[in-house]
Ligand binder design. Structure first.
Ligand code: GRF
Length: 205
């Protein structure tokens, strides 16, 4: 039943996973001093830093990262603000058991600076997506999405906060579904056994 969480930064999604009561076996960061490491340490969860910059190639980094992940034999690996693109070889190793949370309504705005780009595009709805990790960036089967309105006076900062609140709701939900064996992927589409809603809309300011 174990879950390993990969992070690069402050770890608010990690916090939400823990607050939801989901046991985390280990937290691994590619960035030393990432805030999420402290959150894990305070709860007595083992942490490890594998700095990508210490390795000459993506593959060499992933070799060491995978060795650390495998020590916990996780059922699921959750990328929670883990800011590394992983190779097809790495993805194949954990096919069907890696989830990611992305701050946009995919397939819109893959990659970085999603809130700024959503504002520039003038979209009226923005949000977040939990999806399975596949070799294509931010393109794996979608588990759940949450939408929020884009308000007239939004800045990337205000919009990101509204989206982040939804990330904290949908990511633990998706992880729990996975751990309960309720996610089914069929032809690139995900369904939830028992028919829970795979979308959310919040217009809370
Ligand atoms: C989140 O917005 C996540 O969607 C994105 O990076 C951010 C990480 O935040 N990939 P945190 O470290 O979980 O607070």
């Amino acid at each position: 039943m174990s879950l390993v969480v990969l992070i690069s930064g402050r770890g608010s999604n990690l916090q939400a996973i823990l607050d939801a009561g989901i046991p985390v076996a280990a937290v691994i960061s590619n960035v030393a001093g990432a805030g999420g490491l402290e959150i894990a340490a305070q709860r007595g969860i083992p942490t490890k830093v594998v700095k990508h910059g210490d390795y000459p190639t993506r593959e060499a980094f992933e070799e060491v990262l995978a060795a650390e992940v495998d020590r916990f034999a996780p059922k699921l690996i959750a990328h929670a603000g883990f800011m590394r693109i992983v190779t097809a070889g790495y993805v194949a190793r954990y096919a069907g058991r890696m989830l990611n949370v992305h701050p946009s309504l995919l397939p819109a705005f893959t990659g970085l600076r999603t809130h700024e780009r959503a504002l520039a595009a003038g979209v009226r709805l923005h949000g977040c997506t939990v999806h399975f990790v596949t070799p294509d960036l931010d393109a794996g089967p979608i588990v759940i999405q949450a939408a929020v309105p884009v308000l007239a006076n939004d800045t990337p900062d205000t919009l990101s906060k509204r989206v982040l609140r939804q990330e904290h709701i949908v990511y633990p939900r998706a992880i729990q579904w996975f751990l309960d064996g309720r996610l089914v992927i069929d032809n690139g589409r995900v369904s939830v056994k028992g028919n829970d809603a795979q979308y959310l809309f919040s217009d809370r300011a």
